[in-house]
Design a protein. Structure first.
Length: 262
């Protein structure tokens, strides 16, 4: 049976006002009929209050500003709109969101080949949700998807420190999802929870398939070798089934979607 529910990702963005109007209305209607989801929403609010009480934003912001004096401003690409709106407050709020549930177990596995059990039993994996209105459906490996579907990508690092997410499609195209810019380095991964990427991804009309790869390592590495491996695989006869050809020390987890014509 397909999994459809108000995920924590949707509830977080509902609380932050990050959902478009139609999706916002759909979540409100769903909350009216779902006592369990309302309780989860109240628990998130309570958790925020506890964390802000234990870690007041003002001292943290002051410390960040002191450390930033004389240092070059970091380059941030494809940041969520709420992070751009008020940088100082956003830093404190982002820190609160990161540490809200440090011990939370990841949601039940939604698919993906490979994976490795590390860090308190968590399994390294890539997770994809199809977001429709106020619902998010976790897609398993090989699930059907249509052009125009809105997909939310997330990962569980299971202790791996650095990562990159790329995808290839039936047209031979390669897309870098994490980080946002080519020629950069793998991002430092968050641990002990499922982490959603800042932006959703809309499927195009490339035929056949869309394959997503979560490449990880305990050491820093660049995006260029991963993209090169993606281009080589995308242009090969085994594009729909073979792994990326990566250097030793780089692990990969893949999840494939079967494209269905509209």
């Amino acid at each position: 049976m397909r999994e459809r529910r108000l995920t924590d990702w949707l509830l977080e963005r509902y609380r932050l006002g990050e959902l478009p109007a139609p999706q916002l209305d759909a979540v409100r209607c769903a909350l009216a009929d779902d006592a369990h989801a309302r309780a989860r929403l109240e628990a998130l609010d309570a958790s925020d209050r506890e964390i802000l009480h234990a870690h007041p934003p003002a001292p943290a912001v002051a410390a960040i500003r002191r450390r930033a004096e004389g240092a070059p401003a970091p380059v941030r690409t494809r940041a969520p709109r709420w992070l751009v709106a008020a940088p100082a407050l956003a830093v404190a709020l982002a820190a609160a969101l990161v540490i809200r549930h440090p011990g939370r177990e990841a949601v039940p596995e939604a698919g993906g080949a490979g994976g490795e059990t590390r860090a308190k039993g968590l399994q390294r994996r890539l997770v994809i949700y199809r977001v429709t209105g106020g619902e998010a459906e976790a897609l398993r490996d090989g699930a059907g998807a249509r052009p125009g579907d809105n997909l939310q990508l997330a990962y569980v690092s299971a202790g791996r420190r650095f990562g990159v997410i790329v995808s290839i499609d039936g047209r031979g195209q390669v897309t870098l999802h994490l980080p946002a810019a080519e020629g950069s380095s793998a991002v430092a991964l968050e641990a002990h929870r499922e982490v959603a990427l800042p932006r959703a991804y809309q499927l195009d009309n490339a035929p056949g398939f869309e394959r997503f790869f979560f490449v990880t390592s305990d050491s820093p590495f660049g995006t260029d070798p991963v993209l090169a491996a993606g281009r080589a695989l995308a242009s090969s006869p085994g594009a729909a089934r073979e792994p990326l050809g990566l250097a030793p020390g780089l692990e990969q987890t893949t999840l494939s979607l079967r494209k269905i014509a509209k």
